[in-house]
Design a protein around this ligand. Structure first.
Ligand code: MRU
Length: 370
């Protein structure tokens, strides 16, 4: 997608230096556009943990590149396979909820299996990382095409009036490699000349909506309005939202969806007001081993500091300010689970299906083994 009119992806290998991974450092957005260079698997792990990069798809692909750098490091040791396994465990441990992270690491371990020389293994890891990135872009595009049909239908019903879409957090291209998932249908619709407007939940505590989704939409010229997290219910009661589209970090085979904290409350409000609530995801975000999201999906707890302090720009400088009494406790659950019964449909790269095991199984028979 575009930054200042130039096309970017969120992660790439440095030109003429294939051992350096470049990423857009999201900690600085929307105020500064900074590209960080990652040269070791530990740096990749740190960039995931500390949210230089974030979002389910992007951390999966970054993990893939981290494994490739880990392979280069392993070549300098006497036990390649044991070292790579250690790297894989370290990377996987950085964030627990988004299943793409473990999925991508496991894919890389599979690609290395059966390769006999170290050169072949490193080559397999490099090609594996590129395959993960290209697959991510391809899936996002397909999600865009399928989601576009839903927006077109609403636009037809409204006789060309603006379609108002509410989204939470950032499941945009910054959370993936290009296009995004929740945003892909919106970008496709906008490019086709369909009138769309996006309500962007600010998404406390880290404000991925206000900082990242708003920035992306702005760069692409998509009309949008940032709203405090508590506004969505009011807008829905007054017919100011035609549909919600959100992303997900892990979805069970029964269609329960873990996504950024606060998603559940939006789904409840949407259900109560008959607003269609869609979740956009690539198949890599399914965890087909799980049947009950609330009981089984691990929920990341982050530092309470993220709740107590906010970042903002003041006099041309980004400042961190305390917004609670210093002594107050705060808690910071990163995700919640929206039960399948509140979800209108899952927009995947293979099409739109219901959020239930029967429908998911029909669309992804190859991914559910039993
Ligand atoms: O904590 P983050 O920023 O990595 O959370 C991920 C998200 O932005 C959202 O939950 C998103 O909707 C799913 S990621 C595609």
């Amino acid at each position: 997608m575009k930054v200042n009119g130039h096309h970017y992806r969120t992660i790439w290998l440095k030109e003429n230096d294939p051992q350096t991974v470049c990423v857009i450092d999201q900690r600085y957005l929307p105020h500064e556009f900074v590209v960080a260079e990652l040269k070791t698997s530990s740096e990749v792990a740190k960039s995931i943990k500390d949210m230089w990069i974030r979002g389910a798809g992007l951390i999966g692909v970054a993990a893939g590149y981290g494994m490739y750098l880990g392979g280069i490091e392993a070549a300098a040791t006497t036990h390649f396979d044991a070292h790579l396994l250690k790297v894989s465990q370290h990377i996987k441990a950085q964030r627990p909820t988004a299943v793409n992270l473990a999925w991508a690491v496991d894919k890389q371990l599979e690609f290395v299996k059966g390769k006999s020389t170290i050169d072949e293994k490193i080559q397999a890891l490099l090609e594996g990382a590129k395959w993960l990135a290209e697959g991510d872009v391809e899936f996002s595009k397909k999600i865009g095409e399928h989601g576009l049909l839903i927006i077109e239908e609403i636009s037809r019903r409204k006789k060309g009036e603006t379609v108002n879409i509410l989204t939470h957090c950032n499941a945009g291209w910054l959370a993936f490699i290009d296009w995004g998932t929740a945003t892909a249908p919106i970008y496709f619709a906008h490019a086709k000349g369909i009138k769309v407007h996006v309500w962007v939940d600010e998404t406390r505590p880290r404000n991925q909506g206000a900082n990242l989704t708003a920035w992306e939409l702005n760069e692409e010229g998509v009309p949008h309005t940032v709203i405090p997290d508590n506004v969505g219910g009011h807008l829905m009661q007054h017919q100011m939202v035609d549909m919600c589209i959100v992303g997900t970090d892990r979805t069970t085979r029964s269609g329960d969806v873990a996504n950024k904290i606060g998603t559940y409350l939006k789904a409840l409000a949407a259900y109560d007001n008959n607003v269609p609530f869609y979740v956009a995801l690539p198949s890599s975000t399914f965890d087909m081993s799980l049947t009950d999201g609330v009981a089984q999906i691990p929920i990341e707890e982050r530092d309470a500091e993220e709740v107590k302090y906010v970042y903002g720009k003041l006099n041309h400088k980004v400042e961190k300010v305390l917004i609670t009494p210093l002594a107050s406790n705060a808690c910071n659950y990163g995700f919640d689970v929206t039960p399948s019964r509140l979800i209108t449909g899952l927009i995947t790269e293979r099409g739109v299906c219901k959020a239930c095991e029967e429908s998911i199984r029909k669309m992804f028979p190859d991914l559910i083994k039993d």
